[in-house]
Design a protein around this ligand. Sequence first.
Ligand code: NAP
Ligand code: F7E
Length: 323
Amino acid sequence: MPTALITGITGQDGSYLAELLLSKGYRVIGMARRASTMNHERIQHLLDNIIVIQGDLTDQGSLLSMLEEYKPEEVYNLAAQSFVPTSWNQPALTGDVTALGVTRILEAIRFVNSKIRLYQASSSEMFGKVVEVPQQESTPFYPRSPYGVAKVYGHWITVNYRESFNLFAVSGILFNHESPRRGLEFVTRKISDGVARIKLGLNKELRLGNLESRRDWGFAGDYVKAMWSMLQQDAPDNFVVGTGETHSVREFCAIAFGHMGLDYNDYVVQDQRFYRPAEVDLLVSHPSKAGRVLGWEPTVDFKQLVTMMVDADLARLQLLVRN
Ligand code: NAP
Ligand code: F7E
């Protein structure tokens, strides 16, 4: 039975990846940081089948000791300060966790067992103010937030340790992926939750920022399959993963409200508070390498993703209202 360690197991992707690895017969170890209240909501249904241990990307010792104790063959580094607006309020913390945290994981692998395979969760935010459309593995980076800058560091230190120390370290450059488990502050989930609340009469409006920015949105459950597949290749590499389609926040709203028989124009209020100091206007992937080498392709299209999220939030809130 192979062992995999997932940092960021309590996050959206951590929960889907844990499910995938369990279904493949892995022993799954999840690293979670200590909090005064439990935040195991996304992995509650898995707790009997996985081992959750305390650790933190800012703490080198915790990373070293977990590799020594659990001896994983694969490490998936999903932990990060991942919310872009927070990266302007807490830029140093974002750099410590999202950038230097990657070096700490790489150092732990180098010292404990350099045969361990590492997946680093890189991001389309690295393309930022895009210099070519669509974006592929060779597209130069132009990050637009402290988060994007930190991810560029994480990407290059991964490549550097691959080249310096011959580690099997891959960088998955994933475009936005969403699900009913997405954090409530990200725009897709904010919209699906907002629509469901308006439908149930719990809210009257939904306040958003820039409706014109465009993203390449896919389903998180599909993307964790690409992560796993990258670690099963003969050699480590970088891969862009996305749908190859781009849609605006406005389009997301139109479908989400439309699905409930509502017109978004009647409810969405644009609010300067949700605009960013520097925006990423347009992201769209060219994922042909992932298709060719990994055999990966998305199974959920944009409309299915939006309606899946709205339906899930409606069902969740209906249950809450009833109780
Ligand atoms: P997420 O839901 O925000 O999860 C982030 C995880 O990191 C959480 O488990 C969080 O723990 C943990 N974490 C934060 N700071 C930590 C620290 N100092 N030490 C240890 N753990 C820490 O993010 P996600 O959407 O699942 O994304 C997973 C990874 O992919 C992230 O690295 C993200 O930047 C990257 N990424 C995401 C997307 C996307 O569209 N989702 C696209 C490209 C790349 P708590 O639960 O305690 O907060
Ligand atoms: O914003 C616009 C906002 O916060 C998407 C993270 O997973 O994906 C995510 O980063 C767009 C932006 O995600 C609101 O200005 C409008 O243009 O959902 P988001 P993100 O910044 O793309 C990448 C790939 C990651 O790696 C990150 O970790 O939506 N937008 N109005 C809004 N965004 C938010 N959050 N809230 C609004 O009210």
